[in-house]
Design a protein around this ligand. Sequence first.
Ligand SMILES: Nc1ncnc2c1ncn2[C@@H]1O[C@H](COP(=O)(O)OP(=O)(O)OP(=O)(O)O)[C@@H](O)[C@H]1O
Ligand SMILES: C[C@@](O)(CCOP(=O)(O)O)CC(=O)O
Length: 361
Amino acid sequence: MTIKVPGKLMIAGEFAVLEPYHNLAVLAVDRFVYAKIEGDYENRLTLLDFQLENLAFDFINNKVNIAINDRRTRFVGDAMTIALTYLKEQGLNPEPFHLSIKSELDDESGVKYGLGSSAAVVTSVVTAILTKFLAAKPAEELIFKLAAISHVETQGNGSGADVAASSYGGLLRYASFQAEWLHSEYIASNSISDLVAKEWRYFSVKPMKLPQNIHFCVGWTGKPASTAKLVDVIRQLKSDNLEQYEKFLHDSEAAVGTFFKGMEEESVADLLEGVKANRQALATVGKHANAPIETPLLATLCNLAEQFGGAGKPSGAGGGDCGIAFMPSREQATELMRAWEEAGIKPLALQPNSHGAMLIE
Ligand SMILES: Nc1ncnc2c1ncn2[C@@H]1O[C@H](COP(=O)(O)OP(=O)(O)OP(=O)(O)O)[C@@H](O)[C@H]1O
Ligand SMILES: C[C@@](O)(CCOP(=O)(O)O)CC(=O)O
């Protein structure tokens, strides 16, 4: 069987989502990670994008051990550990299998676009193992929670919004479980099943509908960015200048609120105003923290979107990767993408994907 899992783009509310009860908009997009799982005479793992084929692995003392020392396998290895431990707690003892992963989220040359490959890979591993060995189709929330535990344990931080987009699909209004909370619950809990069954006090997710009359554009700056570094620098501002940091949280929340109001009421004006205000809040906190969130090329991307009658902003932590824009008509979207190309920004043919992780064959 093969599982198909979408990548993500952050839409609004970045950084602020790392604080309790701050909402972020995240969108699943139509580029995917595929996980194929089939019964085999011994356990094997193939990571096609890394040319790692038929790696042996075992599952002993609630831990998957892969017969290779390669850091690139750690997200997959931890996701297998979490999924197999959960199955064991459910009284299941899976037969050997061959799991094979293929991603189309990065550039052909392996350069990352920032579409959340680690989260999509983790979600694909969890979904493939659960779908193969559970009697009933796994619920989205179960997939999300197991993938989130695994992703936080491997990465050590992050809002989990990327995991939510990969698990649920569509456009989501998302508030993070808070990585520190989840990690301490994981350490303290007797079993993964208990942790999954528990209420996650900070976490919420709500599907939203994109209005029909708005056109979504994505531009790639050609430069990969380090989310972790930018998160550290913004966090430093919280210790150095709490007032500026809190002003950012306030401005971001107001901007995201306006954006969601635009979504709910199908008001293009509110939606664009929300995007512009969020761009502003991010650029300001970037200046205060001395973090290059809005790079010169991302500024060009946003300015061109505004010039052609829409609104744009960096997607995610900024510093490179992708920017997004919402345009009021198809013609304006086409004009914008032409202008982006002239400015050295590569338009990506990405569109919203309404499904999260799903079985395709
Ligand atoms: N095709 C793949 N197969 C197996 N593991 C992968 C694959 N793609 C990514 N990973 C795992 O994810 C790690 C990259 O995660 P990283 O957080 O740097 O990128 P990302 O999740 O794409 O970030 P962003 O959210 O900015 O897109 C890799 O080191 C590897 O462990
Ligand atoms: C800065 C942050 O809010 C968004 C990061 O997005 P990206 O992975 O850079 O696309 C961090 C997070 O949500 O984990």
